[in-house]
Design a protein around this ligand. Structure first.
Ligand SMILES: Nc1nc2c(ncn2[C@@H]2O[C@H](COP(=O)(O)OP(=O)(O)O)[C@@H](O)[C@H]2O)c(=O)[nH]1
Ligand SMILES: [Mg+2]
Length: 252
């Protein structure tokens, strides 16, 4: 493996940098834009050099995503600098039915799918339709060569308004998105709303100094738990994509 470069394993972007494409796929109003916004804001506060290109959003006047949001990030330099830094593109899709063609475009060349489910009872059918659509678009690689991580958003809602988590997990297993023995590691929950509010609290706190180091970076040990829950599925998925690529390399 000593001769192997990341550019042998990953697609390269226009600047020749190894990159992977992650798509946040979920029904309308599940929180895709919110997740990307929180992730981007956290990076800006903690480690701005990990942002390759800022968030682009195209929204209509009511704030709904018309086309897609996209942000490009990169890993910190690898120890020993043997490898290039790995870039990962995070794309979100417009969830509405009428944007089906745009979702096709976004799914081209996808390396990993983050299924963004909505805990809201009113979203039950839409969650299921989204799952089926993702499966149909990716085909037999779904949950296999193209790894899937599921994140169920809006855990802040009262239990009476939430779908039973076990029910969502069972659907994910039935449709082959997640293998049952891996569900504990690949289905996560959280609240983009809580995460956003916790970041705002830090920024507006009268003791905000205690959160930042001398270079005005948010200290990683001060990262709120709600925000950790947002970062986790993205981290897990990028890690799975890397693992899958390495496995693939070993078979050729
Ligand atoms: N209660 C609650 N609302 C949320 C959460 N995340 C997003 N929202 C709200 O849900 C709506 C849709 O969010 P958005 O990110 O635009 O969803 P998208 O259509 O999937 O991009 C907005 O009103 C958000 O403020 C959450 O974790 N909890
Ligand atoms: Mg959106």
């Amino acid at each position: 493996m000593s001769q192997l470069e990341l550019t042998d394993i990953f697609t390269v972007d226009r600047e020749g940098k190894p990159t992977m494409k992650i798509v946040l796929f979920g029904p309308p109003l599940s929180g895709k834009t919110s997740m990307l916004t929180v992730f981007n804001a956290l990076r800006r506060m903690e480690n701005p050099e990990l942002i390759v290109s800022a968030l682009t959003k195209i929204q209509d006047l009511s704030g709904r995503t018309v086309f897609f949001d996209q942000g490009v990030f990169q890993t910190p330099p690898f120890r020993g600098k043997k490898f290039d830094r790995l870039r990962y593109q995070l794309w979100t899709t417009p969830g509405e039915e009428r944007h089906k063609v745009q979702r096709d475009i976004v799914m081209k060349g996808v390396d990993g799918v983050l299924l963004l489910m909505n805990f809201e009872k009113t979203s039950k059918e839409m969650n299921e339709a989204t799952l089926l659509e993702a499966k149909e678009k990716i085909g037999e690689k779904f949950g296999k060569k193209i790894p899937v991580v599921a994140y169920i958003n809006k855990s802040d809602l009262p239990a009476k308004d939430r779908i039973d988590k076990r029910e969502i997990i069972q659907k994910l297993i039935d449709e082959g998105a997640i293998q049952s023995d891996k569900a504990a590691n690949r289905v996560m929950t959280g609240s983009c709303l809580d995460a956003r509010n916790d970041l705002v609290k830090i920024l507006t706190s009268s003791q905000s100094d205690t959160f930042f180091d001398d270079s005005n970076r948010l200290r990683v040990d001060k990262r709120p738990e709600s925000v950790r829950l947002i970062v986790r599925p993205i981290q897990k998925l990028t890690q799975l994509v890397v693992e899958h690529r390495l496995e693939y390399i070993q078979t050729i």
